[in-house]
Design a protein around this ligand. Structure first.
Ligand SMILES: NC(=O)c1ccc[n+]([C@@H]2O[C@H](COP(=O)([O-])OP(=O)(O)OC[C@H]3O[C@@H](n4cnc5c(N)ncnc54)[C@H](OP(=O)(O)O)[C@@H]3O)[C@@H](O)[C@H]2O)c1
Length: 264
């Protein structure tokens, strides 16, 4: 049984993905959100058991997922788990910025804890979730569950904020690039629809080329850039812009903000 404490946006995305991937059955999922309305919505939409008595569900759960926000009453959530959660259950926290040390102090030492930063591409099967385990948890215990909502990358806890600002925020950078690229097509004279189709195909095809050939992007650029041609002229303009450094600063800022939020 998997019990979710909190049934907000991220928990819903996880439930939708694990049901679609048939990682678990509907009758193996319980949810306890403080909002009655939210529980009703989750029950009606996914036919899971939402709105359960916390103590009862905690006693049955093999996985206890803490899905509330960092600013919610984590102390009372921790106390409930400490009191009612089975000692052999794995506690999976998706709460951004809350450290393993803090979690252990709330739910009790000597419990298996997985600190997970879920990706936001859960519906696609793409995207890595970042996962740190404490010494009581093993990859074997959590692998199947976590792979139900994306791919899994195990990282040391000290890398979790970097993983968040770089990896989990990753689709944002890509969306922004796609938007800017499509705008460039429109600026040059294509219709929005034409530009959009070309951009999406280029993105998918370029990723596929990198995977297929195993080549470094620079090698593929070299192949595409003939002497004095279109490609190298376009690249020259990008090279003289702030493109690479701007993107890199943006990632560093996201990492910094992740750490700041954890301290607030
Ligand atoms: N969204 C993302 O992309 C994302 C990505 C990675 C990690 N996360 C993490 O996922 C967690 C949830 O984020 P979210 O975006 O899903 O937030 P959310 O939609 O606000 O979900 C949190 C839910 O928990 C409920 N809640 C609050 N206190 C509770 C309690 N004591 N017991 C039971 N339920 C309680 C809230 O109800 P009320 O609204 O009525 O208070 C709300 O429905 C956060 O810790 C966040 O750091 C989110």
């Amino acid at each position: 049984m998997i019990h979710f404490i909190g049934g907000g946006q991220m928990v819903e995305a996880i439930i939708r993905a694990i049901l679609a991937n048939e990682t678990v059955r509907k009758d193996e999922i319980t949810v306890a959100d403080i909002s009655k309305q939210r529980n009703t919505y989750l029950t009606e939409t996914y036919q899971v058991t939402a709105g359960v008595e916390q103590a009862v569900a905690l006693k049955q759960a093999d996985f206890i997922v803490i899905g509330v926000r960092p600013q919610d009453d984590l102390a009372s959530v921790g106390a409930k788990i400490r009191e009612h959660g089975r000692k052999d259950a794995v506690v999976v926290s998706i709460v951004a910025g809350v450290t393993m040390e803090k979690l252990a102090s709330l739910i009790g030492e000597e419990r298996a804890i997985a600190r997970v930063i879920p990706n936001t591409l859960t519906d696609t099967g793409f995207g890595y979730s970042g996962v740190s385990l404490n010494r009581y948890a093993t990859e074997d215990q959590v692998d199947d569950f976590l792979n139900g909502f994306g791919k899994v990358m195990y990282v040391e806890e000290r890398l979790i904020d970097i993983f968040t600002g770089f990896g989990v925020a990753g689709p944002n950078y890509v969306y922004y690039f796609i938007e800017s690229f499509a705008d460039a097509g429109v600026l040059a004279g294509l219709s929005r629809e034409q530009a959009w189709k070309i951009v999406l195909e280029n993105i998918l095809g370029s990723v596929e080329m990198l995977k297929l050939t195993g080549k470094h992007p620079r090698q593929l650029l070299d192949i595409n850039n003939s002497a004095g041609g279109v490609g190298i002229n376009a690249l020259h303009e990008l090279n003289s812009s702030d493109f690479a450094a701007g993107l890199q600063r943006s990632v560093l800022k996201a990492v910094k903000r992740t750490t700041e939020l954890g301290l607030e």
